[in-house]
Design a binder for this molecule. Structure first.
Ligand SMILES: [Zn+2]
Length: 400
């Protein structure tokens, strides 16, 4: 018992060294600072230029749980206003009839009209999935994307990959993806070098996607903070401290800027192929940047999954962005957690103020509704998806 205690104490001590702001200062300690300087660790600026330590040991960021005193109107939205296509679906087993029945009943409650499985399924597994859906009582509720295997890119790879895409398209795939962040971060070529996202050896595949009318759904990099130094100024400190595999140290991985530049080159080189950048391209905290990219590239679309915390903290800017790019945005949720969808509906459909998000470690702040008009909601939820994927049910959607 004693030994465990010591080990814990040692861990705490090393964490305190790495993050000196957790040091407790003596009561009443003060300091003065010059304009542009920040207070010493453990103090806060109480008057211009004057820093002071709190009288009591401050709670850590995991223990500080302030309860909002704001009383404001609440409009909970358990069901989407219009049937939504979940472009970024990761449902579990869709081949098993019972699992499929469960999925469809969860979709009914949320008003998700079509779930697109973005699980990189190809060949025989894809055929099995498509057949199971077609034979079920819900042939129009689920669609499947095909995938691309990026291992061993080298001579002969492109011919095989294109032939597989053609077979998967004929079998009923409606898009390609999700191309994972491993493209750029981890895949190596047959010769051992890093496979760049814009490697010319991949070109025939992207061209084939355009020819076959399959949009390419691609996840590149991760939030830019994951590539930044892991210190007290990092907005995702808690998440990075919880999940070591989200840290991309500069000496081991390409930078966020390099990855996004390779991605954008890829989009530029294939103007006849539709690309859908996942998670708003990880530019949800800089929508101006994403907007400039979309202005330049008419073949670029963006999916909104897993960045609700950024959309909901800029209700006016996000509203204007969604209105301006209403023809190029797709609803997607990413991980299939039915109880999380209503947070999306509430942010997108209401003008509610200052409400909780479902994950503290992503976002220590609150969300606001961006109040999109019906015309924009319809496009975001289903019209854009139905337009760019002929393999989706083309009828049965609500009239305007
Ligand atoms: Zn995904």
């Amino acid at each position: 018992m004693h030994r465990i205690h010591l080990a814990t104490a040692a861990l705490v001590a090393s964490a305190a060294l790495a993050h000196p702001a957790s040091a407790q200062l003596e009561r009443g300690t003060t300091a003065t600072i010059q304009p542009g300087e920040s207070c010493p660790a453990g103090m806060t600026e109480v008057r211009p230029g004057r820093c002071q330590a709190p009288e009591f040991a401050p709670p850590s960021i995991v223990d500080y749980r302030p309860e909002s005193t704001l009383v404001a109107e609440e409009h909970l939205v358990p069901r989407a206003k219009f049937p939504a296509v979940d472009f970024h679906g990761h449902p579990g087993n869709i081949v098993n009839p019972e699992a499929l029945a469960e999925l469809v009943s969860a979709m009914d409650e949320l008003n998700v009209g079509v779930m697109i499985a973005a699980n990189n399924v190809s060949g025989e597994s894809l055929v099995q999935a498509v057949e199971a859906i077609a034979a079920s009582p819900w042939p129009d509720r689920v669609r499947v994307m095909t995938g691309i295997d990026f291992s061993d890119v080298g001579p002969g790879w492109a011919e095989r990959a294109v032939a597989q895409l053609e077979a998967d398209a004929a079998a009923g795939a409606v898009a390609i993806g999700e191309i994972s962040k491993s493209l750029g971060l981890r895949y190596r070529k047959a010769d051992g070098s890093r496979l760049a996202i814009d490697d010319p050896d991949l070109d025939p595949v992207w061209e084939a996607a355009g020819r076959l009318g399959l949009p390419v759904f691609i996840h590149t990099a991760d939030p830019s903070e994951f590539f930044e130094p892991f210190d007290n100024t990092n907005e995702r400190w808690l998440e990075l401290a919880l999940f070591p595999n989200r840290r991309y140290p500069q000496d081991e991985f390409p930078s966020f800027e390099q990855l996004t530049e390779e991605r954008d080159n890829l989009f530029r080189r294939h103007p006849n192929t539709i690309f859908v950048t996942a998670h708003l391209g990880w530019h949800a905290a800089d929508l101006g940047r994403l907007g400039r990219l979309m202005d330049e590239l008419p073949n670029l679309y963006a999916e909104i999954g897993a960045v609700l915390y950024d959309i909901g903290r800029q209700p006016r800017g996000a509203h204007d962005f969604f209105v301006r790019y209403q023809d190029r945005l797709l609803f997607g949720k990413d991980s299939f957690q039915p109880n999380e969808y209503p947070y999306y509906w509430r942010v997108l459909e209401t003008e509610d103020d200052h409400f909780d998000y479902y994950r503290d470690y992503h976002a220590y702040w609150k969300l606001y509704g961006i109040g999109l008009p019906d015309e924009v909601l319809r496009k975001l939820y289903f019209e854009n998806a139905v337009r760019i994927m002929p393999g989706l049910p083309q009828t049965g959607w609500p009239d305007a």
